[in-house]
Ligand binder design. Structure first.
Ligand SMILES: *[C@@H]1O[C@H](CO)[C@@H](O)[C@H](O)[C@H]1NC(C)=O
Length: 259
């Protein structure tokens, strides 16, 4: 028997199993994602990927508009994914998307969960500062201030490419400012922060990111190390004295013995 036979058998079984599961629970709900994340700088190329079924024959992308969902494009997929490419993103491409696919025997799938595409770099960046300082000891408080000289009324705070929080801004020194207050910082707050601003009337059109702000959180326990070392030294001293005493006692009793 050639080794290819069991492999083929297994492959056949797996395929059968998959088709049966699909038939049992109907069509898988597709999932939609943006390559390189949902924040896209204006002018950049972007690809939306809709993952569905290996048996999909057709893929559709829809965008939410003022009058509901409007179909955009049908693109043939490769493998179990449909691919939608926008060669150069503009503010018109910002918004909420969802996708579907058509299965050879079960018809149209349900829509994917909606996905937000945010277009950035549409205005000057806000500035980001840390108060009292960008170097704080763990356990202290820190405020990250995002200030923009534009009419934007919201600020979004990002850390290492992930949204942390967003906040309404207030008028401040001829611009608008949001204060992000962290009452007790620890090592998890250490990292690089950026902020963006946008106006509530167009929540998917954002400014350029602020310059990066590196927040360094020093370990407050570092000072305790010296105390710990002192305790260890004293303990070691006691052990030495104890051993010395034992030796002396032993030597004395040894000398006391008749030869
Ligand atoms: C933040 O910490 C400073 C001391 O570093 C303290 O004076 C201040 O009251 C703290 N602020 C709040 C709101 O806890």
């Amino acid at each position: 028997m050639t080794p290819a036979l069991p492999v083929l058998l297994c492959l056949g079984l797996c395929l059968c199993k998959r088709t049966r599961t699909e038939a049992a629970d109907g069509l898988h709900k597709p999932s939609l994602r943006v390559e390189n994340g949902p924040l896209v700088p204006q002018g950049r190329a972007v690809t939306l990927r809709c993952r569905g079924s290996w048996e999909a024959e057709e893929w559709w992308l829809e965008k939410r508009g003022g009058s509901g969902w409007s179909p955009m494009k049908s693109v043939r997929g490769a493998g179990n994914e449909g691919e939608f490419s926008l060669p150069s993103v503009t503010s018109n491409n910002a918004g909420t998307y969802r996708c579907f696919y058509r299965h050879s025997s079960y018809g149209w799938s349900e829509p994917s969960d909606p996905l937000k595409l945010v277009v950035t770099d549409l205005s000057a960046p806000p500035s980001l500062a840390a108060l009292p300082s960008s170097e704080v000891a763990s356990g202290q408080n820190v405020t990250l201030q995002c200030w923009s000289d534009w009419w934007y009324d919201w600020c979004v705070l990002y850390k290492e490419g992930e949204e942390i929080t967003r906040s309404w801004t207030r008028s401040y020194e001829g611009g608008r400012q949001a204060d992000f207050f962290f009452p007790v910082v620890n090592q998890t707050h250490d990292g690089t922060y950026r902020c963006y601003s946008f106006h509530s009337s167009s929540p998917n059109l954002w400014s350029s990111p602020s310059a990066p702000l590196v927040l360094r959180v020093s370990d407050a326990a570092a000072q305790d190390y010296t105390v710990g070392n002192l305790v260890r030294l004293i303990l070691a001293g006691f052990v030495f004295i104890l051993l010395g005493n034992l030796l002396v006692v032993h030597w004395k009793s040894f000398r006391g013995q008749p030869i």
